[in-house]
Design a protein around this ligand. Structure first.
Ligand code: BMA
Length: 318
């Protein structure tokens, strides 16, 4: 018997397509002794429970990623030491910092991608079988790039990754691209997937967008949660939307959020080290249920729930 994914029914009287877990945040900023904040983190099924890779910034505010485990997907034991990588398909590469991990199960192992500091941010890749030993591979791209998210299976015989070319700082632009690789080492066939939307049509995603969760295979297409950003007079505001990509050709957008699915509104999303941030990095799904894990205000981790069929219907109406 698989352990069920975390779940709560939609609150009585709510018409929201997605709703927050009432016990949010599920991971607090000080949940390990060294941490200043624990946010933008990725979880997956593992054994008879769950495992994950967590972004913990320490009290010097250095960014690093840590493995963690949970029986129920809600209560987490995060290692107190960051992941120490061993060489994978190349020699060890310098890494000044690591942040915003994603985790995908592909065929026989878990693949971790993250924003890796190598003369600026780019996409780091590693694999693990057990969340104990992590094998670091070649970076996918030249700097600067962020939000590398793998598809959970090969597409036309190749690994596929979404990413967001960016700049060296708090990038004021950015669209989502896809790249393919025969071996997880050499990446090419870079194609545009989706762009920001003009302010007049969907302002929450008019400045930049970035891939969020490992796409979920559905009968209607790949369902992926992403973040969109608007520049306000008080800085960037990050919200969550979703997209359905064509199963055979994921460069094709079938349906996409014009309304957001979740935007900063709860106190822990509005207040924190960086206010007004909802930043999805992982989704667990089971039958028609999905639980999305998102970083809140660059400080803690929250969960939001939805029914996949309703999210798809919502996207089709957009
Ligand atoms: C992005 C990344 C994320 C962060 C977000 C909001 O550029 O740095 O890690 O959550 O900004 O500050």
């Amino acid at each position: 018997m698989l352990t069920p994914i975390p779940w709560q029914e939609r609150p009585a009287g709510s018409k929201d397509i997605m709703w927050r877990y009432t016990e949010n945040p599920v991971i607090g900023r000080y949940d390990i002794p060294s941490s200043n904040s624990i946010f933008n983190s990725a979880v997956v099924r593992f054994g008879d429970g769950f495992a994950g890779v967590f972004r913990c910034d320490n009290k010097r505010v250095q960014m690093n990623i840590f493995a963690g485990f949970s029986k129920d997907g809600i209560h987490w034991d995060i290692n107190h030491e960051p992941i120490k990588f061993v060489p994978g398909n190349t020699e060890m590469i310098d890494s000044d910092y690591k942040y915003d991990p994603r985790v995908a199960w592909i065929e026989d192992r878990y693949w971790v991608t993250w924003c890796n500091g190598y003369h600026g941010p780019t996409i780091g890749i590693a694999y693990t079988f057990d969340f104990q030993t992590f094998y670091q591979c070649e970076n996918a791209f030249l700097p600067f790039n962020r939000n590398g998210v793998l598809f959970p299976e090969k597409i036309n015989g190749k690994y596929a990754m979404l990413s967001r070319p960016s700049d060296s700082g708090h990038t004021p632009f950015g669209d989502i691209y896809i790249s393919f690789s025969p071996d997880m080492k050499y990446w090419g066939e870079h194609r545009s997937v989706m762009k920001t939307v003009p302010f007049e049509q969907s302002a929450w995603q008019c400045l930049k967008i970035g891939a969020g969760t490992v796409p979920i295979r559905t009968d209607e297409g790949w369902l992926m949660f992403y973040h969109g950003v608007i520049q306000t007079c008080n800085g960037f505001r990050y919200s969550m939307g979703a997209v359905l990509l064509d199963l055979a050709d994921p460069t094709k957008v079938l349906h996409r959020s014009m309304e957001y699915l979740l935007a900063p509104a709860a106190p822990y999303e509005l207040c924190g080290d960086v206010p007004n941030v909802v930043f999805p990095c992982a989704a667990l799904h089971e039958g028609d249920r999905v639980a999305v894990y998102y970083g809140a205000a660059d400080t803690c981790v929250g969960m939001a729930f939805g029914h996949i069929s309703e999210i798809i219907e919502f996207l089709k109406k957009q």
